[in-house]
Write a protein that binds this ligand. Structure first.
Ligand SMILES: [Zn+2]
Length: 482
């Protein structure tokens, strides 16, 4: 294939009221060169951070193609891929329409008021050229705001144009386009932007309050590591809608979906803050301290790892710890939260059936596909992961006579793996924990991650479990939310 290939996407929103998006992708062979074979264009089938095959290509329709501006054929070769004969052509243009009417953090939602476009659900990649720098131009009405973690292309173009260093960064940088409300603030000298959509859903006071508390949480998180931030800019996209709850992490941004009532009561507000703390913490834990099984991302199908209990469970453990460290909740509120998680876990029969490693591995078919039997047969690696991390923290502190804690492990992971993004192999976590803390932990890992039947940590306590189960409502839904 020719050197110098470059890719430009153009997004049209003329039919936004019908929830339709027009996407035009042009692949250039490069100056004074021609393609020497076929191109394969494909869409991702899943969203990194959300372990379910979502088949984004099912929303594609009206595919068309030109070759050096003359009509041409794109042949569909897989459920999510097209091949185009490009031999001797200078440029290939591929067009399609997308139906976008699902407001979650990992799907597209477009209507007359705004457009939220998530990269994996929107753009095609060129097979074999996923690392190529890519431009995205948004054809939106004048006066709308565009919030994305991507930098604008320079020199500025007539229409807003952004640049991604390859498909990974494009997927990792959703676009919020519309009349949202914005607030910018610095944390440790790094610019942050908070965007709330729809703009009318929050008052200036709300924006100020969330920004102030986010700054405190990000500072507390930086202190868990080396006191600095791993990114040079950060964007928080918050959608307020009664339709759901969730979050998705990215390297320099996160997307959150919360109920508008999250701003009304203290419990709901603390839950929202914990969601923000959780997604920002992922900028370290999973985005840079990352499992080898997800490195690089393979967008064509499932990627299996047994380590989500750490990458999601520890992130869940530290999100509320960060609230406490930033003095945003009281010790009593923290204990009440942890008590609720333990009680919910205690009342989940699936903890006796599925281990944490099994829950991680089977996220694709279990956690993200809940049904009426889920609580009987499976356990959340978020909730049990959080509780197990609390137990590991206490036990490490006890065994090391206070010299080490789970903070020590997190910092070690950052220093030895996260900083230079050395992927963590499957099965390596126990050794890493032991090296970080100077403490033998084999018995804890065996009990925490092995089948629950042999697990002292997860052993049933029928009397206590059934009593707590009868008196406590779940604080979080069974389906994954963050
Ligand atoms: Zn998470």
């Amino acid at each position: 294939m020719s050197a110098g290939l470059c890719i430009e996407h153009r997004v049209g929103l003329a039919d936004a009221r019908a929830h339709m998006v027009d996407v035009e992708t042009t692949v250039f062979a490069g100056s004074d060169t021609r393609f020497d074979g076929s191109l394969v264009l494909f869409m991702a089938v899943w969203a990194p951070g959300s372990y379910l095959v979502r088949e984004f290509a099912r929303h594609v329709e009206g595919v068309g193609c030109t070759r050096d501006d003359a009509p041409h054929i794109a042949t569909k070769v897989r459920k999510n891929a097209w091949t185009i004969d490009a031999r001797d052509a200078r440029k290939i243009t591929f067009r399609y329409r997308l139906y976008a009417n699902e407001l979650t953090v990992r799907t597209n939602h477009v209507d007359g008021s705004h457009a939220f476009l998530y990269g994996a659900a929107t753009f095609v990649a060129v097979e074999g050229h996923e690392a190529v720098e890519t431009l995205v131009t948004i054809d939106a009405p004048d006066g709308v705001r565009i919030a994305t973690a991507l930098p604008e292309a320079l020199p500025k173009r007539a229409r807003p144009t952004f640049v991604a260093r390859g498909f990974d960064e494009l997927v990792d940088s959703p676009f919020e386009i519309g009349q949202h409300r914005e607030r910018t603030f610095d944390v440790l000298g790094v610019p942050h932007k908070l965007v709330i959509c729809p703009g009318g859903a929050a008052k200036d006071d709300d924006l100020e309050r969330i920004a102030t508390h986010t700054r405190a949480m990000v500072e507390a998180e930086a202190r868990l590591f080396d006191g600095t931030l791993p990114y040079d800019r950060y964007l928080v996209q918050l959608h307020l809608s009664p339709r759901g709850r969730g979050g998705l992490e990215h390297r320099a941004c996160c997307t959150l979906l919360a109920n508008p009532h999250a701003l009304d009561t203290r419990d709901a507000y603390l839950d929202l803050l914990s969601l923000i703390a959780h997604e920002v913490l992922h900028a370290w834990n999973v985005k840079r301290i990352r499992p080898a099984a997800l490195t690089p991302y393979r967008y064509d199908g499932e990627s299996y790892t047994r380590t989500l209990w750490w990458f999601e469970g520890a992130t869940s453990y530290f999100d509320w710890r960060v609230l406490r460290r930033a003095n945003l909740c009281t010790p009593a509120e923290y204990i009440t939260h942890l008590e609720g998680e333990i009680a919910h876990l205690d009342g989940t029969h699936g903890r006796l059936v599925q281990s944490l490693e099994e829950a991680s591995f089977d996220a694709w078919i279990k956690l993200y596909r809940p049904d009426e039997n889920s609580s009987n047969s499976s356990v959340s690696y978020y909730r049990k992961g959080e509780v197990v991390c609390a137990l590991l923290d206490l036990e490490i502190r006890a065994r090391s006579m206070g010299r080490a804690s789970l903070d020590t492990v997190l910092r070690y992971l950052w220093d030895h793996f996260g900083k230079d993004e050395t992927p963590i192999e499957e099965g390596a976590l126990q050794g890493i924990f032991e090296r970080a803390t100077g403490t033998a932990l084999g018995d804890l890992f065996d009990s925490g991650s092995a089948r629950p039947a042999s697990s002292p940590m997860a052993r049933p306590s029928p009397t206590r479990g059934s009593r707590l189960n009868a008196t406590r409502a779940p604080k979080r839904p069974a389906a994954p939310s963050r």
